[in-house]
Design a protein around this ligand. Structure first.
Ligand code: FAD
Length: 514
């Protein structure tokens, strides 16, 4: 071989221009690596999902005539890290060119850019050809340290790609229909939620391998993995979503329930793993969803389709921009100086707070929680309690099947923990029990009373919310939306405010027992 090309585990883009021609002199390499299984403690379903998906991708490349070498953990254990493996391969095959697709994680980009082959090898870096925004254009949209607001970026994307546009105007006359998307699920709604489409991918050999190499993990798995691990399953999931979930996606996007154990993903797409591994492209997801809307205008409304397109074309690309315009500093930002340790029950779900217990248990069972569970349940507790963002990040990076640093970090540290001082979120997403009660049925059978604030059984979120607001008054009050909140609180009796803050202190001191 004269050329070696590396494909990382989240670069499973079968449409990449690399594969347009079959070059017998080119060898593709894919590998399971200890460095990737160990930089954070991953969910067992995430480990299995990545290993199966890369193995399937290698098989399908080989079937279409490419030269592929696939290394399991058994093969790579003798190499200290990825550069060590690549160095060895370049020498073994005496290649003159080494090529890689630009990694989406800073850590891996640094590692590949620092490659220093002992023999004379030309190194080329190419785009992954996945995102709406090509890497070379990224800093034009997101100047370093100043990512701007999502909504502004989203409108530019709509115009540029002519998506949901009526010539120069947004479809329907409005750019954003988010206010239509705030419904709670009523009892009658629960019985018609579609069951999630689950696959049954065998994981026995992968589990054995992980055990053999003592890879530490969290969460639970049966012998079968329910997540899509190849292109065909990913397309099936996309079409299932468009048919069954898209019609109600927007209106119940923020809703949460503990009364529907079989429908744990509600109307969400669960496409994030297929997207983040690049088995699906964002453009094809958006196109397919828009086609469904055009074909079924009676069942899919404009707010539904707009809400979905905004997630992919807007949020997902924007979050990536925030990441690259701020790394490496972003991963150590801690604007609110949060230092408390993450409670142990984040790893078990054993807390008397029903909302947290449900969201964490579901995450351990499925490596999945939907956006509002991540933001307003687990994220909110960490924000209110002032948990160290490093610990919060490590938990989110490990537990979710779709967690890759470029998307996990700005969502967690930025949107959810406000540790970036407001680059992603215009104000902290802090909420009391009132919000949880409004958007879910978690409170009805909770040990704590959501209406109470300062009693022994008062929902801890209520007092912690005011503790957070008091603690961070200087940072938060400048926002006009929160100024009103302080006005109401400051008018309350001094003794009431003291009692609420004392209850919060008790909760913080006894956080492990909550
Ligand atoms: P749906 O609700 O069906 O949305 C469709 C798609 O839109 C998603 O698949 C995703 O690709 C995209 N999307 C929606 N919101 C966002 C967003 N805020 N950022 C980026 N893409 C978005 N998403 C990840 O992919 N990986 C993560 O590690 C991750 N960590 C998160 C951590 C926190 C604290 C929060 C608040 C959000 C996080 N998100 C993350 C964003 C979002 O919660 C998930 O993308 C979503 O829940 C995945 O489920 P789904 O595919 O069913 O999404």
């Amino acid at each position: 071989y004269t050329k070696l090309r590396l494909i990382l585990g989240d670069q499973l883009n079968a449409d990449h221009s690399w594969y347009a021609d079959i070059d017998p002199d080119c060898l593709y390499v894919m590998a399971e690596l200890k460095q990737e299984t160990g930089y954070v403690k991953h969910h067992i379903q995430k480990l299995c999902g990545f290993f199966l998906a890369i193995q399937n991708f290698a098989d399908s490349l080989e079937k279409s005539g490419h030269q592929v070498i696939y290394f399991t953990l058994d093969d790579t254990v003798r190499f200290s890290d990825l550069p060590d493996l690549l160095n060895h391969l370049c020498k073994q095959y005496a290649v003159s060119t080494f090529e890689y697709q630009r990694p989406d994680e800073y850590r891996l980009l640094q590692q590949l850019r620092a490659l220093n082959f002992s023999s004379a090898v030309t190194v080329n870096e190419v785009d992954t050809e996945h995102f709406f925004v090509q890497f070379d254009e990224l800093y034009g949209y997101f100047p370093a340290g100043k990512p701007g607001r999502m909504e502004t970026f989203y409108r530019k994307m709509r115009r540029k790609h002519n998506i949901l546009m009526n010539q120069t105007e947004p479809e329907g006359g409005q750019w954003n229909y988010d206010t239509n998307n705030r419904n709670k699920l009523k009892a009658a709604d629960l019985s018609v939620i579609p069951a999630p489409l689950l696959f049954a991918n065998s994981v026995r050999t992968v589990l054995d391998r992980l055990q053999r190499h003592q890879v530490d993990s969290i969460g639970r798995i049966n012998d079968e993995l329910l997540w899509p691990v190849n292109r065909q399953q990913s397309l099936q999931l996309l079409s299932y979503f468009c048919q069954h979930c898209l019609p109600a996606f927007g209106q119940f996007q923020d809703a949460m329930t503990s009364n529907s154990t079989h429908q744990w993903s509600l109307y969400h797409s669960r496409l994030s793993f297929a997207l983040n591994t690049k088995m699906l492209s964002p453009a094809e997801v958006v196109t397919e969803a828009i086609n469904s809307w055009q074909q079924q205008p009676d069942s899919i409304s404009l707010p539904e389709i707009e809400g979905f397109v905004r997630q992919i074309l807007g949020w997902r690309e924007y979050i990536r921009g925030v990441y690259w315009s701020n790394m490496p500093d972003y991963e150590s930002l801690n604007h609110l100086n949060a230092t408390r340790s993450l409670p142990d029950w984040f790893w078990t779900g054993e807390t008397k707070m029903n909302c947290l217990s449900h969201a964490i248990t579901q995450s351990l069972d499925y490596a999945y929680a939907h956006h509002i569970q991540r933001l307003m349940i687990t994220g909110n507790l960490c924000l209110l309690a002032g948990i160290d963002p490093d610990e919060v990040d490590a938990w989110y990076m490990g537990i979710y099947i779709d967690a890759i640093q470029w998307v996990e970090l700005p969502n967690t540290r930025g949107m959810s923990q406000y540790a970036d001082g407001g680059m992603v979120a215009s104000k902290p997403y802090a909420a009391s029990g009132n919000y949880v009660q409004k958007m879910s049925d978690y409170c009805s059978d909770c040990h704590y009373q959501v209406k109470e604030k300062d009693t022994d059984l008062a929902c801890p979120l209520n007092s912690l919310y005011w503790h957070f607001m008091e603690r961070n008054r200087a940072v938060v009050k400048s926002n006009p939306r929160t100024a009103l909140v302080y006005k109401g609180w400051d008018k309350r009796d001094e003794s009431f405010r003291q009692a609420v803050l004392m209850r919060a202190e008790w909760c913080l001191d006894h956080i492990e027992q909550l």
